[in-house]
Design a protein around this ligand. Structure first.
Ligand code: FAD
Length: 598
């Protein structure tokens, strides 16, 4: 039975039930903190605003990491997925990345149901208009109705909704997503009450077409894996595989006719008519941006992907666009297999406010306002997985701060999530940030297959991984170790530790043995880096006294006040020589302190 919130006070309030908000709220509720999740429309919980797919290159690693620590995205994906593929199988395991095409309605329903069953979690449909702050500490929220609700922490995860403007060719109107209102008052409050600086980004989504209007005989099908791998450690692989009914995706290409249409009308795209001036994701550009950027390329791939088991809508992955509706139709119909395709939803561009995450510390708490955490697309990232990873960590750290426990900062050598949060909070960004394997310098050690070995201890320590699950994990780890030391080690016939089957043990061992040499080199580098990484910078360290630092470097160091030399080294515009100089001054500072004491 749910606990009744008698006095209307909560320990945690999460604003927004997108991918970040759901993870944050679940983590806090699991940590037994009374949590309120406020969202604009409860029918759209965990809505997939764009592509109904989870995972993919580097993103799949993020989902497995969230799952290993007790998050929920992987569990829901396994239940709502309609096609599963391990990408990059032909390359090394370091870059294997699981991906699932999902039934988007089912995904949202299942997440909603899961949240509703949580004892310590209440959900409320409303708009948050203000974050309440006194003496730079947050103490709750105010709703559009005027109602005030108090809490110890507030986690804001409002995605593309802050001052969102939707563009369809020359037309534009307010909206956080198509047919959903944008959030303007909260933007103002983040600025005025919380002292956060806001900036603008944009992104686009493609048209969806009716499956019955596609000529599949002209297209190549793209099938899922015959032995699919689930995302979650909680999924029973055997029965899951037995019940999974996979649907095909399809592949087609743009052509000369498509490119001519786009080039002749480029001035009509909302991206190019000066209305949308902000930056879009470089790696997920609109088709008109691709044609301008690669003028010599004769065709671009378009994947045609189902949106659900019971839906006839097909998503045109690669045909993101800001063109007016009549041109979208011509562009779609110029493509092989889509000559007669009828559009169910038009693509559009959206421009929105984001908070440059350089204003947050490594736990995702705002430097300006104690108790205010931010996660997801509001932090300038793009993608469901990036959002969920931040939402999860913001939730965990908000919870730990209430419980008076040490917060968790994952290092770059421990997890992709560590790389993500380290990058965005130290370097900031000037275009929407998405995860890539190339961003992770230790990708050989932080693979999708070993997320559990890297992170399940943490999940268990914060009570998000049950004792029962953890016990099985320990048995798996022990078996791995014993087999590593002695490959003749006898495994009892009754070894059943789902999901860590004997095949999994063998696969993990093979991967480790194959890369052992490289992994050991990487581990040594990590150890060396950790020395610097952990070298503390004294709290009242005066950068202004160091003449050899540039004024730009001093400005950023004074603003961020890094706690360690490692943190300083990753700040935007801080060079290796700056780090060496700071190191010398730390030693000088410490020597002088000792002399003063004597
Ligand atoms: C048009 C479009 C195109 C996109 N294209 C891509 C793409 O190409 N590739 C990609 O990876 N990602 C894309 N995305 C982004 C993807 O949808 C997001 O990365 C992801 O959904 C972000 O998750 P989130 O939890 O941060 O926010 P969202 O999923 O946006 O959820 C935000 C939640 O906050 C709630 N909310 C907002 N304001 C308030 C308020 N004041 N009070 C209460 N609740 C509030 C909303 O109701 C919503 O539930 C696109 C999104 C859109 C809209």
């Amino acid at each position: 039975m749910k606990l009744n919130n008698i006095n209307g006070n909560y320990r945690v309030i999460v604003v927004g039930a997108g991918h970040a908000g759901c993870e944050a709220a679940m983590a806090c509720a699991e940590m037994r903190l009374q949590t309120l999740l406020v969202t604009l429309n409860v029918d759209f919980i965990a809505k997939m605003s764009c592509n109904p797919a989870i995972g993919g290159i580097a993103k799949g690693q993020l989902v497995r990491e969230i799952d290993a620590m007790g998050g929920v995205m992987g569990i829901i994906t396994d239940l709502a997925g309609l096609q599963f593929k391990m990408l990059n199988r032909s390359r090394g395991p370091a870059v294997w990345s699981p991906r699932a095409q999902c039934d988007k309605v089912l995904y949202s329903l299942l997440m909603s149901k899961l949240l509703q069953t949580k004892k310590m979690l209440n959900i409320l449909q409303s708009e948050v208009k203000r974050i309440l702050v006194k003496n730079n500490i947050t103490y709750g929220i105010q709703l559009i109705t005027g109602e005030v609700i108090h809490s110890e922490v507030v986690i804001v995860t409002t995605g593309t909704f802050l001052n969102g403007i939707i563009y369809l060719g020359e037309s534009y109107f307010n909206g956080g997503r198509f047919n959903e209102k944008s959030s303007t008052l909260l933007s103002r409050s983040l600025l005025d009450d919380c002292g956060l600086h806001l900036d603008r980004f944009k992104t686009t989504t493609p048209p969806r077409v009716n499956s019955y209007s596609i000529n599949y005989s002209k297209l190549n099908s793209q099938l899922g894996d015959t032995d699919p791998t689930p995302f979650s450690h909680h999924t029973n692989v055997l029965s899951w595989r037995k019940n999974l009914k996979q649907l095909p995706c399809w592949l087609t290409y743009t052509n000369e006719k498509t490119h001519k249409l786009i080039k002749d009308n480029i001035h009509l795209s909302s991206i190019n008519i000066g209305k949308v001036s902000s930056k879009s994701p470089r790696y997920c550009p609109a088709i008109e941006e691709k044609i301008e950027r690669y003028p010599d390329k004769e065709s671009h791939r378009i994947f045609i992907e189902p949106e659900g088991y019971t839906s006839n809508e097909m998503y045109l992955n690669g045909l993101y666009t800001g063109f007016p509706f009549y041109l979208q139709k011509q562009i779609v119909n110029s493509i092989v297999g889509l000559e007669q395709a009828s559009i169910i939803r038009y693509g559009y561009a959206i421009e929105y406010d984001y908070v440059n995450p350089i204003q947050l510390d490594s736990t995702l708490e705002a430097r300006t306002t104690k108790g205010l955490f931010l996660g997801g697309q509001i932090n300038g990232t793009t993608g469901y997985e990036e959002a969920a990873a931040q939402g999860f960590m913001a939730g965990v750290n908000a919870g730990l701060s209430i419980l008076g426990k040490d917060k968790i900062i994952l290092s770059r050598s421990k997890a992709y999530i560590g790389v993500l949060i380290d990058d965005i909070t130290h370097k900031g960004m000037n275009e929407p940030y998405r995860m890539f394997t190339s961003r992770a310098e230790f990708r050989l050690s932080i693979r999708s297959d070993n997320a559990d070995l890297r992170l399940m201890d943490i999940g268990h320590s914060i009570n998000l991984i049950s004792d029962k699950m953890y016990k099985k994990f320990q048995k798996y780890k022990t078996t791995l170790k014993q087999l590593y030391i002695n490959d003749k080690f006898y495994i009892k016939k009754n070894y059943v530790v789902r999901p860590w089957s004997l095949n999994k043990v063998q696969e993990e061992l093979n991967i480790y043995k194959k890369y052992e040499g490289y992994i050991k080199i990487q581990e040594n580098t990590i150890k060396k880096l950790q020395k610097n990484e952990q070298k503390k910078i004294p709290e009242y360290f005066n950068y202004n006294e160091i003449n050899s630092l540039s004024s730009e470097s001093k400005q950023i160091l004074n603003k961020i006040k890094p706690k360690t030399l490692g943190e300083a080294s990753r700040l935007k515009s801080i060079t290796a020589s700056d780090v060496a100089i700071i190191n010398i001054y730390i030693e000088k500072f410490q020597r002088e302190k000792i002399i003063k004491k004597q």
